[in-house]
Design a protein around this ligand. Structure first.
Ligand SMILES: C[S@@+](CC[C@H](N)C(=O)[O-])C[C@H]1O[C@@H](n2cnc3c(N)ncnc32)[C@H](O)[C@@H]1O
Length: 234
């Protein structure tokens, strides 16, 4: 897990505080080129309502990943479902560059990128416009006094709920037991999400359409469990 708490918070488009790293090591020349030339073409418009036409020029189903890290999961999903428009949200510049390299390598034309807080996009999307939201290994903020910073909290969940279509998928992964407990408690309170697990093993099952992310691989390499929770919007 990152220790995001060492970085100063910054304000998001809506004046919220966003905690975590914006920038890591200096970008390599290819990453610099991708950020300078490809990002402006794929960037989510900074203002105004968002739907598949404003983002992709034509009606299509949409999916969104919150905090895509280096982008390998988002690129996997986008390659698997070219008919779906994928919106990736990640404030970390080096992560955005990572996603852009996957987009270029795989020749993906169904990805848009928001370099910032996912809430800024979720709140501008047309209601019920998403078929899936992915939240994989979000920062766990394990200290109780930081619990309000976790993405799985009422305000962000309301935004996910609003943007998801009925039956839409909400996938959450975590490898942190304190965070797992928090997610289970918060999600249990909601009537707008149904947990799809039928038996305890379901949350550790490996699925073809759910590859491990970098954080999942790191956790497994340390011998930690990885829990995968899948909810459906009612
Ligand atoms: C622990 S990393 C996990 C990265 C990746 N999902 C993985 O599993 O490898 C969490 C990521 O979420 C990003 N993040 C944190 N808050 C966010 C927010 N409000 N919107 C979008 N991304 C966010 C961070 O910058 C960080 O890259």
């Amino acid at each position: 897990m990152t220790d995001a708490s060492t970085d100063a918070p910054s304000a998001t488009a809506r004046g919220r505080r966003l905690h975590g790293r914006r920038k890591g090591h200096a970008l390599k020349p290819r990453a610099e080129r991708l950020v300078a030339e490809v990002l402006p073409r794929l960037a989510v418009p900074a203002e105004g309502p968002l739907d598949s036409v404003s983002l992709f020029g034509a009606p299509r189903p949409l999916a969104l990943e919150v905090g895509f890290g280096k982008g390998e999961h988002l690129a996997f999903q986008a390659a698997r479902a070219p008919e779906v428009g994928f919106i990736g949200c990640e404030p970390y510049l080096n992560g955005v560059a990572g996603l852009l390299s996957h987009v270029e390598d795989r020749g993906l034309s169904n990805v848009r990128v928001h370099m910032g807080d996912a809430l800024d996009v979720l709140e501008r999307l047309a209601p019920a416009s998403l078929v899936a939201v992915y939240l994989l290994h979000p920062d766990p903020w394990p200290k109780a006094r930081h619990a309000k910073r976790r993405f799985v909290n009422p305000e962000p969940l309301d935004a996910v709920s609003r943007a998801l279509a009925p039956g839409g998928l909400f996938r959450v992964a975590t490898d942190h037991p304190v965070h797992l407990r928090h997610v289970l408690i918060e999600m249990q309170k909601r009537r707008d999400f149904l947990w799809t697990a039928e038996q305890p093993e379901d949350w550790e099952a490996v699925k073809d359409d759910w590859p491990d992310t970098r954080f999942a691989r790191k956790a497994r390499a340390l011998g930690h469990a990885v829990w995968r929770l899948e909810y459906r919007r009612t």
